[in-house]
Design a protein around this ligand. Structure first.
Ligand code: CMC
Length: 428
């Protein structure tokens, strides 16, 4: 708490409001008592000026393009760490030593299998179901199978359900893919890394031995790190809001998956690649830039712009480097990558994008990598969900452990009719 108080004047009265300071980042004005004192609400749809919670997990400086997890920069984590290590860091607050990391990886690997009956759920979906629809359904259904870890007041239950969610998500995601192709599900192979196991369950078949390509494995692992957490974004806030009512963690993560699906959020990676394919060749770029700037055209450059970053998204930088690495390893030359590079350059030199501070975000380049590895576009947001699960469960745990936690319950500015008498149907 800083010594300064904020002051708000309303109807000639002045209200003192404490100002709170974090370790870094903007101060926040604590308005919790404002309604009680003044009888007025504050209005902030979209939460553009509102901090909904205290958190120690992730810090973003959108102006400078900085992203830190527990104080460590995303550049260093994605270069020198692994997804398992970052998961441990997010959940426990500190980087693990070798024994702690081995223990953690071992524990996660022991939760990778799904209850066998869950496999029958998949058969209830149409073969052409969007895998995100399957993910929402199957992850929500986990609460019907793992009753022994849904007492949210018990830290041990919370730990087990967090591990289950992180461990089972690759299996659930790979099964969603296998179901769409008509190939048999593959059981996890716990001799492989978290990411290697996911690649094998997705692209392997029971008839042949699957060799994990270490370059692709490392690239996917890095992409998982880039998506692991991102502060109070829409899906994380959804998980926190769902969890604030005391709902079980599986139901909360299913809610987060549903929110992530939208094209303004995690669905942007699928939309970005579809857009790049629609643009097709560099000569078409100016036409699409003009469309994106036209207020009468709903078209937006997908994978561009961000609520918080008003500078280059640091994840997009790492993602662009990873595209080069993957394309070179697979000896592919993707003309769409060339379109993406030129589109970025043209947009960054355009006054509209400069004035509005619109830069490529994490979703701009990821689709090119996924596509090169062999994922169909519908799977892109599933990969985001898989990796973000650790952030969701870490944020959910942080919220439940907070003694000051309350059910999330925003208020509103009512603009509907005032009280009026009911008119029987015969008189309307
Ligand atoms: N193309 C063209 N114009 C844009 C774009 C874009 N991609 N993004 C924002 N703008 C304009 C927008 O029209 C508005 O103009 P004006 O002030 O004249 O009305 C201004 O920039 C501010 O945009 P906003 O929609 O008010 O900003 P926001 O913070 O509410 O939205 C966003 C952020 C990410 C939803 C938006 O930039 C967008 O729709 N981008 C495309 C979708 C996308 O890439 N989403 C992934 C986000 S990063 C990963 C994730 O969170 O999942």
């Amino acid at each position: 708490m800083s010594n300064e108080n904020g002051k708000l004047q309303l109807d000639g009265k002045e209200f003192d409001m404490p100002v709170m300071s974090g370790t870094i980042g903007p101060d926040v004005v604590d308005i919790r008592k404002f309604y009680g004192q003044s009888g007025a609400f504050t209005f902030d749809p979209g939460f553009t000026s509102t901090a909904s919670c205290e958190s120690q997990l992730t810090y973003i400086d959108g102006g400078e393009g900085v992203l830190l997890h527990r104080g460590y920069s995303i550049e260093e984590l994605s270069k020198d760490s692994s997804f398992m290590e970052v998961s441990y860091l997010l959940l426990n607050g500190e980087l693990p030593n070798t024994d702690q990391l081995n223990d953690f990886s071992y524990t996660i690997s022991r939760h990778t299998m799904l209850h066998e009956q869950l496999a029958t759920f998949y058969r209830g979906f149409r073969r052409d179901a969007h895998p995100m629809a399957i993910m929402c359904g199957v992850v929500g259904a986990l609460s019907a199978f793992y009753h022994d870890s849904t007492d949210i007041a018990d830290p041990e239950h919370r730990r087990i359900s967090s591990h289950r969610l992180i461990a089972k998500m690759p299996t659930i995601a790979a099964m969603a893919y296998k179901y769409s192709t008509g190939q048999p599900f593959l059981y996890p192979d716990n001799d492989l890394s978290y990411t290697g196991n996911f690649l094998r369950m997705t692209f392997g078949v029971p008839a042949e031995k699957y060799e994990v390509n270490p370059v692709i494995e490392r690239a996917m692992d890095r992409i998982f790190i880039l998506h692991a957490d991102h502060e109070q974004n829409a899906s994380t806030s959804t998980v926190r809001l769902a969890g604030s009512s005391g709902a079980n963690p599986f139901a909360c993560i299913a809610a987060g998956i549903a929110c992530l699906w939208g094209p303004a959020h995690g669905g942007a990676n699928e939309a970005a690649l579809n857009m790049l394919r629609e643009i097709g060749t560099p000569d078409q770029i100016p036409h699409y830039i003009e469309r994106a700037k036209d207020k009468n055209d709903p078209f937006r450059l997908m994978g561009f712009g961000h609520r918080v970053y008003k500078n280059y998204d640091p994840r997009a930088t790492v993602m662009q480097e990873t595209v080069r690495e993957v394309l070179s390893e697979l000896k592919l030359k993707d003309p769409i990558f060339e379109v993406a590079l030129q589109l970025e350059e043209m947009a960054l030199n355009d006054d509209y994008f400069k004035e509005k501070k619109l830069f490529p975000n994490v979703d701009f380049y990821s689709g090119i990598i996924y596509s090169a590895i062999g994922f169909p576009t519908e799977m892109f947001t599933v990969l985001f969900a898989l990796a973000r699960t650790v952030g969701w469960v870490a944020q959910w745990n942080e919220m439940i452990s907070d003694p000051g936690q309350k059910i999330g319950r925003p208020r509103q500015l009512y603009t509907g009719p005032e009280a009026r008498p009911f008119v029987p149907i015969a008189n309307r």
